[in-house]
Design a protein around this ligand. Structure first.
Ligand code: HEC
Length: 190
């Protein structure tokens, strides 16, 4: 009986977070197991993760994205532009939950299982966008007014930011967040 109660408690705590959705507040390392220390990918800020469970103080998560044939180590947010969800190492062996061809025959939609540390996750995606917009406005609106996010396409924003980054106090980490924000609100999105 005692054993059963214990099992029930274990089950309850491990499923407490199951199927909850979070968004990454920073670049997060992706691991193939709950214990591994070798990073097999990097998940970019504002990416959606679904919690599948908890193991050894890490979350087991599901991430979804599109991969282009021949470029399987880049997981994209859409099939029409290069907004990264995650960069994966070429020799990764993440569990693939599903892989489906999309209407666009070069692309497949993938569902991957990975492990991440529990920090820097939020349910409030909008708070991340607010922070990014502030960083952008405060740093890119000093010498000229900040260029509207709709002025450039998602594919152009990374190079626009890169070309001006050295003129600002933005860190590399800030830049990842700001680029995601600008790309996801760019001319060719929504
Ligand atoms: C220290 C001043 C300064 C800061 C800060 C600054 N810029 Fe600029 N920006 C300029 C100047 C000067 C130009 C004119 C062209 C040049 O000098 O390259 C310019 C031009 C541009 C252009 C037009 C480029 C073109 O070829 O027409 C864009 C877009 C731009 N900046 C975006 C940004 C973004 C994004 C940031 C923040 C990462 C930023 N700027 C921060 C000074 C700045």
């Amino acid at each position: 009986m005692k054993k059963l109660v214990l099992l029930c408690i274990l089950f309850l705590t491990s499923s407490l977070f199951a199927n909850e959705i979070f968004y990454t507040g920073s670049v997060k390392n992706l691991y193939e197991t709950s214990k591994s220390n070798s990073t097999k990918g990097r998940l970019l800020p504002t990416s959606k993760v679904e919690i599948l469970g908890e193991e050894n103080n890490r979350y087991k998560i599901k991430i979804v994205g599109f991969v282009k044939e021949g470029v399987e180590h880049a997981l994209y947010f859409t099939q029409k532009n290069r907004i990264l969800v995650a960069g994966l190492s070429k020799n990764n062996s993440f569990e693939v939950l599903s892989s489906e061809k999309t209407g666009n025959e070069d692309f497949s939609q993938l569902e991957l299982v990975a492990f991440i540390d529990k920090d820097d996750l939020t349910k409030d995606l909008n708070s991340l966008y607010v922070k990014a917009a502030e960083l952008y406005g405060n740093n890119c609106g000093i010498c000229h007014s900040a260029h509207d996010k709709k002025e450039f396409t998602a594919n152009l924003w990374p190079s626009v930011m890169k070309s001006m980054l050295s003129r600002t106090a933005l860190t590399k980490e800030d830049n990842y967040l700001v680029v995601q924000y600008l790309q996801k609100h760019s001319k060719d999105m929504e």
